[in-house]
Design a protein around this ligand. Structure first.
Ligand SMILES: [Zn+2]
Length: 847
């Protein structure tokens, strides 16, 4: 028990009083030689809320205090009656009016030397024991001196006697008894009913460790008297200790109060001065004036949160939390803001902020700590100033800037919208392999013609071939190669056929096809078409042929470092690894073995000399976007005849090199017998009809798109034995030269040697179309959970500034992870994406 209430006022009021009487505590022997003392003691009877009990509430005569000596002299009449103030022996009656309080004050008390430091007890007399019981004692010094109170006072002592007061000078104390109403209080308690419970208690916190409590008075509570009855407020902490308490009058004009820790401490069981993190409960009740009758408690709770110090910084490699879970939580956020570049172009800048959660919610609630937050430079938006995409452009670059252009050809798709999903599936599946840096050697192009525009002039020659088998039999190589000439394709074409229940199939070099739900087998089929890999699963038959496949060995000793495992297609051939994309089902994986990777590298880097890049070749040829088209017929004996020859406004298709059998070689010669261009082409197509062994099928019709030279004089074609099979003298033909394309811009091919660039032809030279947007969206779902969220973009942060291929966040495919990838991911935040459905390989034995 402790209170400083009122003591300042008491001291002030007694200051002018000078008369002296004998004090109640001490037997004083006045002597001129004795030094005089200040002595001040206040005796009180208080209720548990520390309010001083009104004398009328006690209702007894002879109510007051006497010390041991006085009690011995008169056990019934107190020497210090309550309600009085004795100042220097001059009693002032009723000064305290109705309060159970007696104060003895003396400025010049003479205290005999032998009395000093002796102890004495004080008794309470006249307490109405029918109404009140003593529940405790208290004594506190009102000055710093802290002299006079008993040592080790038992605050729970219920005796009428307080023992151990010290006789001394400079005593300034308050002491007394705490009383509570007796249980057998005969007064009826009208408040002990739910109708008297205060309504809607609210608890909140403010500075200076104040707890604000508001409530509504119970209008239905009969007998409740304003400005007489009380509202009792208690604040409890999580340990259920009362840490602040207060009583206020019931008043409909004032239904709220602050309880300040360390100050409002009427019923406190704990006395903290500071609010701590945690949940606090307020209890609000109605009580009568004496506190002997109370209503049930109305309660409510609230959390108090102390903002943590700024040293609580999460490690940088921790994933960013997706939300602010509590106010004050340390948070960091990486986000992108719109901005304007120095030359006034719209752009985006990436910002990193750290701070504290201002509220519960997403990371927009994260505050900004100047010391730790900043934004990067404003980067102009990609394609912001480009013209809109040209939907009529035949070739739409999806992604990539590599020199190996791969054409994705729709079959039976109605529109680019749907086709885009599957082009993305193909590219993603290729990227998921271990091609690594080689992935960046690709440029993926979508062919922009759709059913029913399809008229047999591109892709597969007709659809009757699809009806028989489970495989997509798109083996009209010549038709597909025509589309290559449209789009300057030098690497391969992949037909994606929207046909239910169809698997994949590769027909000959450079041309592959898959059922649209089998984009997962795109690496396998392109492995055939580009790297000329063999199947590593078993055809269940042997062969007398030598392999010739980079990943299959027919040799007696293993030709590559590492192991040779039985069966590579043919049962007498061997493969380099147990599992491979070129294998099936249980032996399928995304990792090409080393011989396969070497073959990919040779093909894509041109190291094998097989393919030349038309754009590279164009440095010595102004007509690179025109081609000499030859249509040859081959009979079963390998004789060639010319069916058609034209100069076309089409891109030439590379000849091959390094073929050792089933080929023709070709020379393009000027009038001075200089070879302008040479190469090989196959006399047979390798037709894969999986899971059967590939077959060599004679090319009865061969269509070549050769480069065109103004000074070309003749074309000579030889068989492998060096026999001339065809000699075409251009002088004998009257070839109409087509009008050069006035404007190549818009065909989807960036004709850089003709001056097309991002400025002169943004449509062709800066990929920006449905396919690309779709690709970016799907690629932003890095963890493939069909939703682009911060988990995806945080992967980008982990890879940020890394330079390598095969990084999952390289959304814009430039072999490095930078702000453009990250902002692409952020731009797609919240989007639901649908990845191309893929049938399980295990269920489908055919690749
Ligand atoms: Zn295959």
């Amino acid at each position: 028990m402790n209170s400083k209430r009122g003591d300042a006022g008491v001291v002030a009021l007694i200051a002018g009083l000078t008369a002296a009487i004998v004090g109640i505590f001490l037997n004083v022997k006045i002597s001129a030689s004795e030094p005089t003392c200040l002595y001040h003691a206040e005796a009180q009877v208080v209720r548990q809320d520390t309010s001083i009990l009104p004398i009328s509430e006690n209702g007894e005569e002879n109510y007051g205090v006497s010390n041991a000596n006085q009690l011995a002299a008169d056990p019934k009449v107190p020497a210090g009656p309550f309600g009085r103030f004795d100042d220097n022996g001059n009693q002032i009656n009723e000064y305290y009016e109705n309060l159970s309080m007696f104060t003895f004050h003396h400025d010049n008390l003479a205290l005999a030397e032998e009395e000093k430091n002796k102890t004495i007890s004080v008794n309470l007399l006249g307490l109405n024991s029918n109404k009140w019981k003593i529940v405790g004692q208290f004594c506190e010094s009102l000055r710093r001196d802290k002299v006079g109170c008993p040592d080790n006072l038992d605050q729970n002592n219920t005796d009428v006697k307080i023992d151990g007061f010290k006789k001394s000078c400079e005593v300034h104390i308050k002491y007394g008894w705490v009383v509570a109403p007796k249980n057998n209080d005969t007064e009826k308690c009208y408040f002990d009913t739910d109708s008297c419970k205060p309504k809607n208690p609210q608890i909140s916190f403010s500075g200076n460790n104040r707890v604000r409590v508001e409530w509504e008075n119970p209008a239905s509570c009969l007998n409740l008297t304003q400005l007489k009855d009380k509202i009792q407020i208690d604040i409890k902490n999580t340990s259920n200790d009362i840490i602040c308490s207060k009583n206020v009058d019931v008043s409909n004009n004032d239904t709220g109060t602050d309880c300040k820790l360390g100050r409002d401490i009427i019923r406190n069981t704990q006395r903290p001065e500071e609010l701590q993190n945690g949940e606090y409960t307020t209890l609000v009740r109605v009580a009568n004036e004496s506190g002997s009758c109370i209503s049930p408690d109305a309660t409510n709770k609230a959390n108090y949160i102390v903002v943590p110090p700024p040293t609580d910084i999460p490690p940088t490699n921790t994933p960013i939390p997706e939300k602010c879970e509590r106010v004050g939580q340390y948070c960091s956020d990486d986000y992108t803001e719109d901005c304007t570049t120095e030359d006034s172009k719209p752009g985006k800048k990436q910002c990193h902020k750290e701070g504290r959660c201002n509220d519960i919610g997403d990371l927009t609630k994260c505050g900004w700590d100047d010391q730790r937050s900043s934004c990067g430079a404003c980067i102009p938006n990609e394609g912001e100033n480009d013209p809109p995409p040209d939907p009529t452009g035949l070739c739409q670059t999806i992604i990539g800037t590599g020199k190996n252009r791969v054409l994705l050809i729709p079959y039976n798709f109605p529109s680019s919208d749907e086709f885009a999903t599957y082009t993305t599936g193909v590219i993603d599946n290729l990227r998921k392999t271990n091609l690594g840096d080689l992935y960046n050697e690709f440029t993926f192009v979508a062919y922009n013609k759709f059913f029913p525009v399809w008229n047999g002039q591109y892709g597969c020659n007709n659809d009757t071939n699809f009806s028989q088998d489970k495989v997509v039999k798109c083996d009209d190589v010549e038709a597909i190669r025509k589309t290559f000439a449209d789009c300057n394709i030098n690497s391969a074409g992949l037909v994606i056929a929207k046909l239910e229940g169809k698997y994949s199939f590769a027909a000959a070099a450079q041309v592959a096809s898959i059922g649209y739900k089998y984009t997962v087998s795109a690496p396998h089929e392109l492995g055939h078409a580009i790297a000329r890999l063999g199947d590593e699963y078993s055809f269940k038959q042997s062969t007398t042929e030598q392999s010739g496949k980079p990943n299959c060995s027919s040799a007696s000793s293993c030709p590559w470092s590492g192991e040779c495992i039985a069966v590579c297609g043919y049962t007498n051939w061997k493969r380099p690894s147990q599992k491979s994309p070129m294998n099936l089902n249980a032996n399928w994986s995304r990792e090409f073995n080393n011989p396969s990777l070497n073959a990919w590298r040779l093909a894509l880097n041109g190291g094998g000399g097989r393919l030349m890049n038309a754009l590279q070749r164009a440095t010595s040829n102004n007509n690179y976007n025109q081609s000499l088209y030859l249509k040859l017929r081959q009979n079963q004996r390998g004789e060639l005849s010319l069916e058609n020859m034209q100069i076309k406004n089409a891109y030439p298709i590379d000849l091959e090199a390094g073929l050792t059998k089933d080929y023709f070689s070709i020379k393009m010669i000027d009038s001075e017998a200089n070879v302008l261009h040479s190469g090989q082409f196959s006399s047979k197509n390798t037709v894969y009809s999986e899971p059967n062994p590939p077959r060599q099928v004679l090319r009865e019709m061969i269509e070549l798109h050769l480069p065109y030279f103004d000074n070309l004089a003749s074309v000579e074609i030889y068989n492998p034995d060096g026999q001339k099979k065809l000699d075409i003298d251009l002088d004998e033909f009257d070839l109409p030269t087509p009008t050069p394309r006035e404007n190549l811009c818009g065909n989807g091919v960036c004709d850089s040697t003709l001056g097309e660039n991002q400025n002169s032809c943004a449509v062709d030279c800066r990929p920006q179309n449905d396919y690309r947007n779709n690709y970016k969206e799907l690629s932003s779902d890095i963890n493939q959970d069909n939703r682009v969220n911060i988990l995806d973009c945080s992967i980008c942060l982990q890879q940020y500034k890394k330079k390598s291929s095969g990084l999952s966040c390289d959304i814009i495919n430039d072999s490095k992870i930078d702000v453009l990838d990250y902002t692409t991911c952020l731009n797609n935040l919240g989007k639901s994406v649908e990845h191309a459905p893929e049938e399980s390989l295990d269920d489908d034995p055919t690749l």
